[in-house]
Write a protein that binds this ligand. Structure first.
Ligand SMILES: [Zn+2]
Length: 222
């Protein structure tokens, strides 16, 4: 029998031997939208044309994150089916520590972002750590940013869209993050090539950031 875990006010389980990270491949497996592949490059490519799909890049980096997280002492569950609100509930039921909504962005920019629910102090710690790890792994700027239902009053902006995919996680555990490590259609050639050829880098960075951020939360809680 294992010792009971101490749960502090922020919901961090001190001494839990292997925290669970849920990596959620978004777009894939949404009921009624089985063909949703996320963004494509070139944009608007037909199925029979050569092109890159967001869900394939996401899948590749999620596998790398899975391996790296397990080496860092986490358990990992990868999910890629169900309505988003059902995925949140499953994560909660699993007792997950972290839930990452995994994407690749579109819109041509040359940057990456890690979003967290602005109500969640733990989200901020984890997002900062993941942004820091990704920023060391890629040549473009990466920032953590908070999101909410009306981030800055611009309907449909990045923060609002990000919030819609993690909104139901708070105040449930786990802590939710939206990972948008880069742009599938970046106007920067080096950026686009790195995403297409080495998406694993993005997953390793995600895992290292989660491990570093989690260590910080546990240290704060003990
Ligand atoms: Zn997406």
């Amino acid at each position: 029998m294992s010792a009971p875990h101490v749960v502090n006010g922020a919901g961090i389980q001190v001494g839990a031997p292997r925290p669970l990270a849920v990596l959620d491949i978004q777009h894939r497996g949404k009921p009624g939208k089985w063909a949703d592949r996320g963004a494509t490059y070139p944009p608007g490519a037909r199925l029979q044309d050569p092109h890159i799909e967001e869900v394939d890049l996401t899948h590749r980096y999620v596998l790398a994150a899975d391996r790296t997280l397990r080496l860092a002492g986490f358990n990992v569950a990868v999910i890629a089916d169900g309505a988003y609100r059902d995925r949140w509930q499953r994560s909660h039921d699993y007792g997950a520590a972290v839930h990452v909504a995994c994407h690749v962005d579109s819109g041509g920019a040359n940057r990456g972002s890690v979003l967290y629910d602005r109500r969640s102090p733990n989200g901020r710690v984890l997002a900062d750590a993941v942004a820091d790890a990704l920023g060391r792994a890629v040549p473009w700027p990466v920032a953590a940013a908070s999101c909410g239902p009306d981030t800055n009053g611009v309907p449909g902006d990045e923060g609002e869209r990000g919030f819609s995919v993690i909104a139901g996680l708070y105040p449930l555990r786990p802590t939710g993050l939206v990972y948008e490590p880069g742009f599938i259609d970046s106007r920067n050639d080096q950026h686009r090539a790195l995403l297409a050829e080495r998406p694993e880098l993005l997953g390793v960075a995600l895992a290292r950031g989660i491990a570093a951020g989690w260590a910080r939360l546990v240290a704060n809680a003990s």
